[in-house]
Design a protein around this ligand. Structure first.
Ligand code: LMR
Length: 353
């Protein structure tokens, strides 16, 4: 028995020594023992994609779908890490973080890009894109291309344009049916000279503030109201702290999907192709799904909340549009005559009231 134990001990010691020698030889050669997981990690490109809205929104869902398609197409070699709800950066911070390269991808509302190029303001003009078709035509055509191209000189690669939907008005001091109903009210808007002026023209005071501050300011009644899409009103529960919702469809809210330019150019051609293809697929899906989602969530608000909903008639819409008409002339120079006249032509071909 003793002899047997001795043999086992000698064998174990030999095995241990050979494993030790093998391991250290690899280390001295600068190699680690082969490990599938480690190989995967060292080859994986990780792209942080930060945004400010909830996951159950047109942008939140599109970001997740895009991440999933990239993962499938790259067999896990490119990972899109989506951080929603302003978990990493607030509205203004995310733009600065992208330019520094601290985050690689964002999808801010197009309104928030007007500080980089005033051309983007064309999408904020009220009743500029009266129908869903006119929005898709503008974003997917020459107008969208011009706008995305305007970001290049700011170290940003504009990759795609996503939709959310039409903006509506909510307030605690409603109902808002005529332009004069907004007189003296304080409203939250996205920071934008066009939006500020839009509400000034109807006697209200609009203040550019972070999206994720809105609920608190409405609840505490520091503000009377705000404008946003149904999906943002629903997902952030603004309907809980507002008495009236006006379905005005007066403005557009959509997103530019942007990557840090230096990061983009360092990707290989294959990686760029995977990302572009996944984005094309996601954009096609988003441009239908976003409108349906806003419709569904309006029904949910209607059925499950006590907010009063007012649908503007065509005649009422014409009244608001008339009050806002001076904006087109006021911002013509900043936007550029050519771009503005293309949009006006599009609007006139799609007018529905
Ligand atoms: C807002 O600030 O109201 C929107 O930009 C939020 C969003 O990204 O949809």
């Amino acid at each position: 028995m003793k002899a047997f134990m001795g043999i086992v001990l000698i064998l174990l010691a030999g095995l241990g020594a050979s494993v030790w020698i093998g391991f250290h030889t690899k280390l001295s050669e600068g190699k680690l023992p082969y490990d599938d997981d480690q190989k995967g990690i060292s080859e994986q490109v990780v792209i942080k994609f930060s945004h400010v809205v909830a996951e159950n929104t047109p942008k939140g869902l599109a970001a997740q779908r895009f991440a999933q398609r990239v993962n499938e197409k790259s067999a896990g070699k490119i990972k899109i890490e989506v951080i929603p709800n302003g978990g990493l950066y607030s509205d203004q911070e995310e733009l600065e973080a992208l330019q520094r390269g601290d985050v690689q991808m964002i999808a801010p509302a197009t309104t928030k890009l007007s500080s980089f190029s005033s051309k983007w303001q064309v999408l904020d003009l009220p009743y500029m894109m009266p129908t869903r078709d006119s929005i898709i035509e503008a974003l997917n055509g020459e107008i969208g291309e011009t706008l995305l191209g305007s970001l290049e000189e700011r170290n940003m690669k504009g990759l795609a344009l996503w939709t959310n939907g039409f903006k509506q008005i909510t307030t605690n001091d409603g109902p808002i049916v005529q332009p004069s109903d907004l007189k003296g009210q304080r409203l939250r808007i996205m920071p934008s000279p066009v939006l500020e002026r839009q509400f000034e023209l109807v006697g209200a005071k609009a203040i550019g503030l972070d999206f994720n501050e809105t609920y608190r300011l409405l609840e505490s009644r520091e503000l009377n109201g705000e404008e946003n899409t149904i999906s943002n009103i629903y997902s952030k529960k603004f309907f809980d702290v507002q008495s009236d919702l006006t379905i005005s469809n007066h403005g557009f809210l959509g997103y530019a999907v942007i990557m840090n330019e230096d990061f983009w150019t360092k990707l290989t051609n294959d990686q760029q192709t995977i990302i572009s293809e996944a984005l094309d697929e996601t954009t096609r899906w988003n441009q239908t799904q976003s409108f349906e989602m806003n419709d569904e969530q309006l029904s949910l608000i209607e059925d499950n909340s006590s907010i009063d909903i007012h649908y503007l008639t065509n005649e009422e819409k014409r009244e608001w549009a008339k009050r806002w008409q001076p904006l087109y002339r006021e911002f013509e120079e900043e936007i550029g005559k050519e771009l503005l006249s293309k949009m006006i032509k599009l609007r006139n071909n799609n007018k529905d009231f």
